[in-house]
Design a protein around this ligand. Structure first.
Ligand SMILES: [Zn+2]
Ligand SMILES: [Zn+2]
Length: 133
């Protein structure tokens, strides 16, 4: 947890367009596909990173990966925010290389802002349920 972890936000509004729900089941990889009811904007700290891995992820965002994500509508805004003093270690690891966890202190928070369309049920599972505001 760093000070930016508190800036988690979630907001939404009803839409009138016909767009499929963007929810993806993280286990099966299936998409929901029901008609969306809301556009949900959310922001959160995805990872805490050391300087070296911050540079690496910045470089990755500039190359093909980001273009790929944009093309499929997953493009969000990503910012790297400096953490003044941190007790966290870097969250980076390479899923293809077991044991690659980074031992360095995290000095940056990778802060991601996204907007996606969801059906009523999945807006709620993202944390947005207008009835409770
Ligand atoms: Zn690292
Ligand atoms: Zn859904």
């Amino acid at each position: 947890m760093c000070k930016f972890c508190r800036f988690r936000k979630i907001e939404g509004r009803p839409i009138n367009e016909e767009i499929d729900c963007a929810w993806v089941n993280s286990e099966s990889g299936e998409i929901c596909g029901l008609p969306s009811k809301y556009i949900v904007g959310y922001a959160y700290v995805e990872e805490h990173l050391c300087p070296a891995h911050t540079q690496m992820e910045k470089a990755e965002l500039k190359t093909g990966l980001a273009d790929f994500l944009d093309a499929f509508g997953f493009g969000g805004k990503t910012r790297f925010l400096k953490i003044e003093s941190s007790e966290d270690t870097c969250d980076y690891f390479d899923p293809l290389a077991p044991g690659s966890e980074c031992p360095q202190k995290a000095t940056y928070a990778k802060y991601v802002e996204m907007e996606e369309y969801f059906c009523v049920e999945h807006s709620a599972s993202m944390g947005y349920s207008p009835g409770e505001e």
